[in-house]
Design a protein around this ligand. Structure first.
Ligand code: ATP
Ligand code: MG
Length: 297
């Protein structure tokens, strides 16, 4: 992957004001025609990522939070698996956020994800996130009811209020050394159907299908509207959205890898410098080990 930004910049949204989802083609593949070429580029990207992660870990000051949001079957799991395949598992944690537990519902909407933020030097991946709070919860107001918020705080401004909380939170993270990158895997309605059908047809994929997937699909337009609204409200320079074309999985993986490389390269990371005291310490250790060799021989 020569210049990561070549593959990612076109899909990056830092200012949401005029964002319209219908301008973004889920089947876009830039200049790629074939899967093999993209797979070669991805392999290079994965190697580069491993090196950058090693430096992030050694430097131990920054952390990277990657948020993945999408409609069902858009390929979140596969993208995470492929893009992070070269990464040292010790420096990376993946959290999947499903329907909240009773304990989680007993707290404010940022509580459960805040507990899972990456430590310094680590990459944290959120497979779904607090953005569900302005997506599924918006599309299904009964989820909001379960959150047992004081009634007078639930009014027509609740979503705007949540965007504000999210923006403040992401600003706070970036001020404290957590780099935030957000990915919306943008799959088309036709492609989602084709993938659902595959899951129904192929016994090895049956487990991936849940009846609620087909039900949620009935709310497609409401979800698209909620995505557009949240991207408008929460895209920023320090926490951009990437609207990743997801009809071709091989292409979405290249874009995501490139965006992560771009984020890490922007930190200009290097291995920690060895100061005079550390050098003396290393020389001492060398002496000790050399002595051991001589004593043995
Ligand atoms: P898979 O690829 O395995 O289907 P998934 O992320 O879709 O992965 P599921 O267990 O199928 O996992 O779905 C999780 C469900 O939890 C989603 O429908 C999502 O909208 C819902 N969910 C996530 N966060 C919340 C929330 N805060 N409130 C209500 N529902 C939520
Ligand atoms: Mg699902």
């Amino acid at each position: 992957m020569s210049r990561a930004s070549d593959f990612a910049d076109k899909f990056k949204v830092t200012k949401g004001k005029d964002f319209r989802l219908k301008d973004w083609d889920p089947a876009d593949t830039l200049k790629f025609n074939d899967k093999e070429q993209a797979e070669r580029i991805l392999a290079e990207g994965v190697e580069k990522l491993a090196k950058l992660q090693d430096k992030l870990y050694a430097d131990d000051r920054w952390s990277l939070l990657l948020i993945f949001q999408a409609m069902d079957a858009a390929g979140k799991d596969g993208t995470i698996k492929h893009v992070m395949s070269g990464i040292n598992p010790q420096g990376c944690q993946v959290y999947s956020f499903k329907s909240p537990s009773a304990e989680e519902l007993d707290h404010d909407f940022l509580w459960r994800t805040t507990r899972c933020l990456p430590e310094r030097g680590r990459i944290g991946i959120f497979n779904r996130s607090y953005y569900e709070e302005v997506l599924v919860v918006r599309v299904h107001p009964e989820f909001l009811e379960k959150q047992r918020m004081p009634r007078k705080l639930v009014d027509k401004d609740i979503w705007e209020g949540r965007y504000e909380s999210i923006n403040d939170f992401e600003k706070h993270l970036s001020r404290n050394g957590t780099i935030v990158r957000k990915f919306f895997l943008n799959v088309s309605k036709d492609e989602q159907k084709a993938r659902f059908m595959k899951r129904l047809d192929d016994p090895d994929r049956n487990w991936k299908f849940s009846s609620s997937d087909a039900k949620e699909r009935q709310h497609w337009d409401e979800y698209q509207a909620a995505y557009q609204d949240l991207i408008r409200a929460t895209a920023s320079k320090h926490a951009p959205w990437y609207v990743v074309p997801a009809d071709h999985k091989w292409f979405s993986r290249v874009v995501v890898a490139a965006a992560i490389i771009d984020a890490l390269e922007s930190l200009n990371l290097d291995y920690p410098e060895v100061d005079a005291a550390k050098k003396a310490e290393l020389a001492e250790a060398r002496k000790l080990l050399d002595g051991e060799k001589k004593r043995k021989s």
